[in-house]
Write a protein that binds this ligand. Structure first.
Ligand code: F0G
Length: 365
């Protein structure tokens, strides 16, 4: 048995958050006062049961970004955005959001002592995400419109010079988010063959491709993955080639019709010899439930878009046997309890408080 001292040595140093860990790749200096909740260092989880269930003859690992402090990948970009906003002396930060950016902005602003304003599409924010913005104390505005309209308003607010925009139109957000690609390479010892991820406003696909390239350029990985981005069929402007005025999908996180990082997404797919495609809500919900039931992993519906995409790619014979495939699970399933309960397809069995009734209810009576 190791004694306590050697045990703590084997556990290694405390994780310092993504800015300090990857400072050499980020626009910070030794003097930067970092606003962090120790985001990053999320697990890369093997999912052999799910892989077998979809007929994969390759190694599949999920980057489980649900393990970030506000339970989504947005914290990587937000530690950068709020650190820089504070450095510049901003007093108020503002963002449009489908729910996760607002949760993250509200949390990091609270941590930094900044005022936070979030602009949300009314009625289209999952309950868990709404609870976060409210409890962290953000000024929360719901517009009778969609994310794209909210982002247009935020851009105009930014032009007044009175507030700092922390959407991904602020380039430091993408700088922070690229660290997820670094972590994947660190965990695997190289880049994967394919990387799958959901696409909404298209910052994350842009960030991953930047991250994989920078790591290769620095000699820290040897290869580059094919980047496979997945949109929901009702909100697939990048697949259609033109903006969608009224995007609709059960995956509200990616209910976006005119992505801000349009060109970044197209370049990531083209330059990596990957693709951006779409899957239907039905396909999304199937993959969402299959992952939960085969692996005990709860993700939000948007994360199931790349999983549904993987099923399609397998059917099309696009993934060679023995490949190493990674996919980003961008947010936690608890963010959207309503969709979880609806998709599960059954309710608790209600019985009298007796052993007999419970036995009958579970089929042992
Ligand atoms: N997955 C989740 C869970 C998201 O919240 C988002 C985006 C994406 C994927 C897509 O990432 O926009 O960089 O292509 N959510 C933003 C928000 C739009 O406001 O929380 P993207």
């Amino acid at each position: 048995m190791p004694d306590l001292k050697s045990l703590s040595t084997t556990l290694g140093p405390v994780w310092p958050g993504i800015i300090r860990r990857y400072a050499r790749f980020l626009p910070v200096t030794a003097e930067t006062s970092v606003v962090t909740l120790l985001e990053g260092n999320t697990p890369l989880i093997s999912v052999p049961n799910f892989a077998a269930a979809i007929g994969a003859r390759f190694d599949l690992r999920l980057k489980y970004e649900a393990m970030n402090p506000t339970c989504s990948f947005k914290d990587r970009g937000m530690t950068m955005a709020i650190t820089k906003a504070k450095e510049r002396g901003a007093k108020t930060v503002v963002c449009a959001s489908t729910g996760n950016t607002s949760a993250s902005a509200a949390a990091y602003a609270a941590r930094a002592g900044l005022k936070c304003v979030v602009i949300l599409p009314q009625g289209k924010i999952a309950q868990g995400k709404m609870s976060q913005a409210l409890l962290y104390g953000a000024t929360t505005v719901s517009i009778e419109g969609n994310f794209d309209e909210a982002l247009n308003i935020v851009r105009e607010l930014g032009e007044t010079g009175l507030v700092e925009v922390v959407n991904s139109v602020n380039p430091v957000r993408i700088e922070g988010q690229k660290t997820a690609a670094f972590e994947i390479c660190d965990a695997l010892g190289d880049a994967p063959d394919f990387h799958f991820l959901p696409v909404g406003n298209a910052a994350n696909i842009t960030a991953y491709w930047k991250g994989f390239r920078e790591y290769a350029d620095a000699g820290l990985s040897d290869t580059l993955p094919k980047i496979m981005g997945w949109q929901a069929a009702g909100a697939a402007p990048l697949v259609l080639g033109y903006p969608v005025t009224h995007p609709e999908t059960v995956a509200t996180a990616i209910r976006i019709g005119n992505p801000a990082s349009w060109q970044g997404a197209i370049s990531a797919a083209k330059d990596s010899e990957g693709a951006i495609r779409s899957v239907t809500d039905e396909e999304i919900l199937y993959a969402y439930m299959l992952l939960a039931r085969t692996e005990g992993l709860m993700v939000e519906p948007a994360c199931a878009a790349p999983l549904a995409g993987l099923i399609k790619a397998i059917a099309a014979g696009e993934i060679p046997d023995g490949s190493l495939v990674t996919a980003t699970m961008t947010g936690h399933g608890l963010k959207d309890p309503d969709t979880a309960i609806k998709t599960a397809g059954f309710s608790p069995i209600i019985v009298q408080a007796t052993k007999q009734e419970v036995m009958e209810a579970i089929g042992l009576g």
